[in-house]
Design a protein around this ligand. Structure first.
Ligand code: PLP
Length: 374
């Protein structure tokens, strides 16, 4: 790797995060306590409804599905073009992920394809807000209503994005966010579940602490439960004060982050119009906070070759995502033509807060200089 390589994605931390973590370390209460409560309260305010903090976005998805009391063999519709975590959360809950195709325009779940996969065992749908765009959400809820399905939104990419004039997470059934190191805000590792369903909220807040009822309230008061009974399977999926302390600072800096991400995407969209072998997607509207910047390459381009070329010029790229129905664990007896046709041509370009305008220009110039007729 050349020096000063432009990273595909990264956290953006300041001395405020440093100080917040040091403060937790000095107080010597590292587990789930006051900082988690404060972060949770701030997130609840952000979404205008209750949020529950957990140890990762994957944990948020897993606990949300578990709260729906799915039985083995129950089915959850999910686009194949998503991070492995969406699929693993479904299988961890005991249910079966049913891989669905995506639309070429939005890279989100194709509801006609999903409708063809409905059975009596279909209990839920997990839309994925690919790159931060939740444009399909209205149809997802109409669809879920029609087939009486629960909706667990994988909103890992969509922190801060709007759908129409509504903030993603502020409405709908259950919405799950990730705060891992590269997401729109980070807390190191973490996630949250947002919902208005009191049963789901109680269930996930207990099951993140091994299923001990109301232990969260004890932890927030600096105590823990000593006398308790347990009625259901839980997990050690709570968030620590260290992570929450980072999250609180990141949330306060979010307006900066979102503005910058939108600016970078606008620059890419403008400048890439002169690169003939690249097509940009038009779902990067002003009302979304983009998590990744994805383009489609024309079929003459050898993607691996291009990626090597860019890396030799100090530019990392990514692939979002190897379709899950092509993994051994989730292989199925049907094909998903659009996913299989699109994925080999998708390429993700760098997108993070610390990119400068000259970085973007360097990336676009490098793409322009690539000669694919060899
Ligand atoms: C990041 C991500 C997750 C999982 O979140 P973690 O916090 O990394 O566990 C789930 N789904 C998608 C689409 C993601 O990008």
């Amino acid at each position: 790797m050349v020096e000063n390589t432009i990273r595909l994605s990264k956290s953006c931390l300041s001395t405020s995060e440093d100080n917040a973590v040091l403060d937790v370390l000095h107080r010597e209460y590292l587990g789930m306590g006051q900082d988690v409560k404060e972060f949770e309260d701030q997130l609840s305010q952000f979404f205008s409804r209750p949020a529950i903090c957990v140890s990762s976005g994957t944990a948020a998805l897993h606990l949300s599905l578990q709260a729906l009391h799915l039985s083995p063999g129950d089915e959850v519709l999910v686009p194949s073009l998503t991070y492995l975590a969406s699929f693993q959360a479904i299988s961890a809950s005991g249910a079966t992920p049913i891989a669905c195709d995506v639309l070429s325009s939005s890279l989100s779940i194709d509801l006609d394809d999903a409708a063809s996969r409905i059975t009596r065992r279909t209990k839920a749908i997990m839309p994925v807000h690919y790159a931060g765009s939740a444009s399909s959400l209205r149809y997802v809820y109409i669809f879920a209503n029609k087939y009486s399905l629960r909706v667990v939104e994988d909103s890992a990419h969509a922190f801060g994005s709007y759908f129409d004039s509504k903030l993603v997470g502020s409405f709908g059934d259950i919405s799950c966010f990730s705060f891992d190191g590269i997401k729109n805000i980070t807390c190191g590792e973490g996630g949250c579940i947002v919902s208005s369903d009191p049963e789901v909220l109680q269930n996930v807040s207990d099951s993140r602490l091994l299923g001990v009822k109301n232990d969260s309230l004890q932890r927030y008061a600096g105590n823990r439960s000593w006398n308790f009974d347990v009625e259901s399977q839980g997990w050690r999926y709570h968030m620590s004060n260290i992570n929450a302390a980072i999250g609180k600072v990141q949330l306060s800096r979010f307006p900066l982050f979102s503005h910058k991400r939108q600016h970078i995407v606008k620059m890419y969209n403008d400048l890439l119009s002169r690169v003939a072998y690249i097509s940009c997607f038009d779902f990067y509207h002003d009302n979304i906070v983009p998590h990744i910047y994805v383009v489609s390459l024309s079929s003459q381009v050898n993607r691996d070759h291009l990626r090597d070329y860019l890396l030799s010029l100090g530019i990392q790229t990514g692939l979002h995502y190897p379709p899950n129905h092509l993994h051994s664990l989730y292989s199925c007896d049907y094909s998903l033509p659009m996913t299989e046709q699109l994925f080999p041509h998708l390429l993700t370009l760098p997108l993070h807060y610390d990119l400068t305008d000259s970085d973007i220009i360097h990336i676009v110039d490098s793409l322009s200089s690539y000669s694919y007729s060899y």
